[in-house]
Design a protein around this ligand. Structure first.
Ligand SMILES: [Zn+2]
Length: 179
């Protein structure tokens, strides 16, 4: 189990370990992996008097596992990203998505690089949306977050040498505007 965490943390989220990483996104993802983000269930367990509901869906309790891949709001965002990666599958639980990321995000293919960046950026924008809703009463739509993630990844990768020889790469270049 330890090697699982080490592998994921160092290859997927740890700052400075990833060639294309975006530091502030990697830090939030790293904290999420360690379950150190101040989610409402954790604040409550520390004895703080806080609301316990999820501000993204307004239906469930806010936990790390809920807000990132279980919440109807974040599921829609992640499914939009998977679809943009030409991956047609359902959104899974936090644990399974994490396991999938560890197993899947190896190598240097364009798809892998996009997914690595997207995974961290997804965690970052969901956490940011949660904070904006709680502290500034600002609400964005799921589609707007999908656009944000795609913009961030696109800007990060634009100008980098990308092979468009394969069909998957040429489709990814169009979808992620890497031209
Ligand atoms: Zn929710």
């Amino acid at each position: 189990m330890m090697s699982f965490w080490v592998k994921l943390c160092f290859k997927t989220a740890a700052p400075k370990q990833h060639h294309f990483h975006i530091p502030k996104h990697s830090i939030v993802a790293w904290m999420a992996i360690l379950n150190r983000l101040p989610t409402r269930d954790r604040l409550s367990s520390f004895g703080m008097q806080v609301e316990t509901g999820c501000v993204l869906c307004g239906r469930e309790q806010e936990t790390r596992d809920h807000i990132f891949f279980d919440c109807v709001f974040s599921r829609k965002v992640w499914l939009g990203i998977l679809l943009a990666c030409q991956l047609r599958r359902d959104c899974m639980t936090w644990e399974l998505e994490l396991g999938w990321a560890v197993a899947r995000l190896k190598g240097r293919s364009l798809l892998t690089v996009i997914l690595q960046l997207s995974w961290n950026t997804f965690i970052y924008v969901i956490w940011k949306e949660r904070n904006l809703r709680i502290f500034q009463r600002k609400f964005s739509h799921e589609d707007s977050l999908i656009h944000s993630i795609k913009d961030i990844v696109s800007i990060r990768l634009r100008g980098k040498p990308v092979s468009r020889v394969s069909e998957i790469n040429s489709r990814l270049c169009i979808e992620w505007r890497l031209v």
